[in-house]
Design a protein around this ligand. Structure first.
Ligand SMILES: Nc1ncnc2c1ncn2[C@@H]1O[C@H](COP(=O)(O)OP(=O)(O)O)[C@@H](O)[C@H]1O
Ligand SMILES: [Mg+2]
Length: 200
């Protein structure tokens, strides 16, 4: 069911981006060019306002499309998609992050890339929602036929009884489907250290 959902997301994301999003941008440009040829200043202003609204709608559609299935993931792979995700997730927070990767050259199977991306997305959401961390480190490593992800925050300790929330269960079942495991442990000083291992 998760695979079907991801395929559907990917399809809708493309439609939104290449269809609706492009149309709205084209409408905006059309309106702007009509408004330039208008003699009446009031009408010109009104058309400019409408063009601005179209532009905002186009941005919104692009944003939704991106949330559904990041373009960077489909086109450029995990590393760039993770960089984008970290940048956009933490840009309005006080959290510093670092991202390192080793030996990640080339692409992985799509279901692996999508799964690990969704897992990181939820782990980051959790950090933002629950941890209040100052720093977050993310490492992605390919080693001996395994893909390893280490994600550490130095925020609030994670209550060990809270490991059956929906988000955490989703992470486990996503990883189950691709021969992956996940483990939560206390961070090196405080906070939470998450290890994900996927057999390639
Ligand atoms: N990085 C984290 N730091 C501190 N607590 C966490 C962290 N991640 C998860 N938790 C705790 O685990 C619980 C379950 O997480 P989750 O299943 O994602 O549910 P939700 O995010 O919807 O509350 C959270 O409510 C929170 O108490
Ligand atoms: Mg959550």
């Amino acid at each position: 069911m998760l695979t079907a959902t991801e395929e559907e997301r990917s399809r809708i994301s493309k439609e939104l981006h290449d269809g609706t999003g492009q149309q709205l941008s084209a409408l905006k440009l059309g309106l702007q060019s009509v408004s330039k040829s208008m003699a009446d200043e009031k009408q010109r202003e009104q058309l400019e306002e409408i063009a601005t609204s179209f532009s905002k709608s186009a941005d919104e559609v692009r944003h939704i499309s991106h949330q559904m299935m990041p373009r960077a993931l489909m086109e450029k792979g995990l590393v760039e998609a993770i960089e984008d995700l970290l940048q956009s997730s933490f840009q309005y927070t006080d959290t510093n992050y670092s991202f390192e990767h080793h030996n990640i050259n080339g692409r992985f199977e799509e279901r692996i890339e999508v799964s690990i991306y969704r897992v990181i997305q939820e782990l980051i959401n959790n950090i933002i929602k629950h941890a209040g961390a100052q720093t977050v480190t993310v490492q992605l490593i390919k080693q001996k036929g395994n893909l390893l992800l280490f994600l550490e925050d130095n925020g609030k300790d994670m209550n060990q009884e809270s490991t059956d929330g929906h988000g955490l269960l989703n992470i486990k079942s996503r990883l189950d489907m691709i021969n992956g495991t996940v483990n939560w442990s206390p961070g090196s000083e405080k906070g939470t250290f998450v290890t994900v291992k996927i057999a390639l």
